[in-house]
Design a protein around this ligand. Structure first.
Ligand code: SF4
Ligand code: SF4
Ligand code: SF4
Length: 170
């Protein structure tokens, strides 16, 4: 991986430290611009999700809860929807992990749970100033599946939309 990619990944992973509450994450392939106007809140997508990560959120619209697990990108949610909410010709989303200062590694406590949970081997740790080890994300390898979220023992990882990433559309 190129050095600039590593740096971008580190900045991205740490970018969420001071972020405000993120916008709701709707199911993969759903179209954010039209979501609330097209979704009837029937719940069919949530019922179809084998990972049970979809639940009713604000206004009853389905949201992804990565505390429950990761998205396998099986497509069952999109297949179950009777409305034109999903666009399977596009990338599922542009989510990338960000970490809060409560990260144990940032606090110089040994922890690699997020790295170990990542199915894409997209997380690596590099020494940082002061003896801490900081996580770096490989933006090209990361799919935004969310497996790192539930794996974190202190709830330090969240997924945010990253408009700048090229492979995964919002
Ligand atoms: S793609 Fe599959 S695992 Fe992901 S939210 Fe949809 S049904 Fe659930
Ligand atoms: S979102 Fe998924 S692919 Fe990306 S770093 Fe986390 S576990 Fe790995
Ligand atoms: S699992 Fe959480 S606490 Fe552990 S290194 Fe990853 S972000 Fe930090």
């Amino acid at each position: 991986m190129a050095a600039d990619a590593i740096d971008r990944g580190r900045r991205g992973f740490l970018r969420g430290c001071a972020a405000s509450t993120p916008a709701p994450i709707h199911p993969p392939w759903s179209r954010p611009a039209f979501f609330t106007s097209l979704c009837t809140r029937c719940g069919a997508c949530a019922d179809a999700c084998p990972e049970t990560i979809l639940r009713p959120g604000d206004g009853g619209y389905p949201e992804v809860d990565f505390a429950r697990g990761e998205c396998s990108f099986c497509g069952a949610c999109a297949d179950a929807c009777a409305e034109p909410v999903f666009d399977r010709t596009a990338a599922p989303w542009s989510l990338r992990p960000v970490v809060a200062p409560s990260c144990l590694a940032v606090q110089r406590v040994v922890c690699r749970s997020c790295r170990d949970a990542c199915p894409e081997s997209a997380i690596a740790f590099r020494p940082a100033a002061g003896g801490a080890a900081h996580a770096r994300i490989d933006d090209d390898a990361c799919t935004g599946c969310g497996a790192c979220v539930a794996a974190c023992p202190v709830g330090a990882v969240t997924l945010n939309r990253q408009p700048g990433t090229a492979r995964h559309a919002t």
